[in-house]
Ligand binder design. Structure first.
Ligand code: SAM
Ligand code: DTB
Ligand code: SF4
Length: 350
């Protein structure tokens, strides 16, 4: 399938909350139709990017993110490990490559990387890149110097989620602020690394919070190249997992989840919108709607960081049923940036 010849709307970073709220309020079929149009203007709609995730340092994290099984503040039973050996990480990367993955994403349960860890991290980035895979790391908050070190090592992407809208943020995390997160995203951008930033829906937030979440990302000076949209995986022993177990009505419904994907697609047309955590418990029909609404990237394999994932066999079956195929080519935002078009386009007219 080719990318639509329809004239694309300009890329905007001046979205207002009212405009974004109005998109959420559209009749569902109209919203999905509009998102599908935007999707087709910039992406091949039958191609989905495959990414593999590996936890290179699990558990024992000092932050108190209310959703996370890896926080020391949670009673989730996840055991803390040390940073993995470089060789072990490279073995996993080789397996992911053999399984058809385009990108290898590595996560560490840290508030921020310590300087003594950076040597190993740099070696890992160089090793995975040498295998011909794209690299992504998520290590917590970074200083500008650390971002420069990662850029020099050749890191392609850095994932750092804003997680939710600014007003709901402090109900979920108290050990760092939304501004801390935005500062790290600024360091990553300035260092020249591609930005991956998204969040979680289904944490008991309101639709207004979801509007604030998309608004924060869509009004960054330049949109993130990747926007992961996670559905909360409720883990027993975490604040939010336990809250949802006690108040099942707080669980987000599938239609509202797909609406969030569609609005993200419309507001950030060039971004890769990743259907991330939560797919394991999502019906095939909901996932199909999310792909229709512009999601075009997934995590493959049977494990995320600590939570289960859909698994390669069920994904292969789903792709077959939906007529989807693994993306091979370059992402549109990176291609545009290389041609010098993206930055100019994304700055609103005075
Ligand atoms: N420690 C680093 C950080 O927080 O940036 C990296 C790892 S952290 C686990 C990466 C992201 O995974 C979080 O920002 C959050 O959006 C997502 N996540 C964590 N636990 C989740 C859960 N139970 N359900 C859905 N998403 C989750
Ligand atoms: C993102 O937004 N989702 C991924 C990745 N970035 C690092 C992580 C999902 C974690 C799900 C819960 C777990 O596995 O513990
Ligand atoms: Fe730590 Fe990241 Fe989990 Fe927060 S989301 S507790 S920073 S591992």
């Amino acid at each position: 399938m080719t990318i639509s010849a329809l004239e694309a709307a300009p890329i905007r970073t001046d979205w207002t909350r009212e405009e974004i709220a109005a998109l959420f309020d559209l009749p569902f079929t109209e919203l999905v139709f509009r998102a599908a149009e935007v999707h087709r203007q910039h992406h091949a709609a039958d191609e989905v990017q495959l990414c593999t995730l590996l936890s290179i340092k699990t558990g024992g994290c000092a932050e108190d993110c209310g959703y996370c099984s890896q926080s020391v503040h949670a009673d989730s039973g996840v055991e803390a490990t040390k940073l993995m050996d470089v060789r072990q990480v490279l073995q996993s990367a080789a397996q992911a490559k053999d399984a058809g993955s385009q990108r290898f994403c590595m996560g560490a349960a840290w508030r921020n990387p310590k300087q003594r860890d950076m040597g190993k991290i740099v070696e890992i980035v160089k090793g995975v890149r040498a295998m011909g895979m794209e690299t992504c790391m998520t290590l917590g908050m970074l200083t500008r110097e650390q971002a420069d070190q990662l850029a020099e090592a050749g890191l392609d992407y850095y994932n750092h989620n804003i997680d939710t809208g600014p007003e709901y943020y402090e109900r979920v995390i108290s050990t760092r602020t939304m501004d801390d997160r935005l500062n790290t995203l600024g360091h990553v951008r300035e260092a020249g690394i591609n930005v991956c930033s998204g969040g979680i829906v289904g944490m008991g937030e309101t639709r207004a919070d979801r509007v604030g979440f998309v608004h924060t990302l869509a009004t960054l000076e330049r949109h993130p190249e990747s926007v992961p949209v996670n559905a909360l995986v409720p883990v027993k022993g975490t604040v939010l997992g336990d809250m949802l177990a006690d108040t099942p009505l707080a669980k987000i419904d599938d239609i509202e989840f797909v609406r969030t994907v569609a609005v993200a697609r419309i507001c950030m047309p060039l971004a890769m919108v990743r259907l991330s955590a939560g797919r394991e418990s999502m019906s095939e029909a909901t996932q199909a709607l999310a792909f229709m609404a512009g999601a075009n990237s997934i995590f493959t394999g049977d494990k995320l960081l600590t939570a289960p994932n859909a698994g390669d066999d069920s994904d292969a079956a789903l792709f077959q049923r939906l007529g989807l195929k693994a993306m091979q080519g370059e992402e549109p935002m990176r291609a545009a940036a290389q041609q010098g078009a993206c930055r100019a386009e994304s700055i609103p007219a005075e």
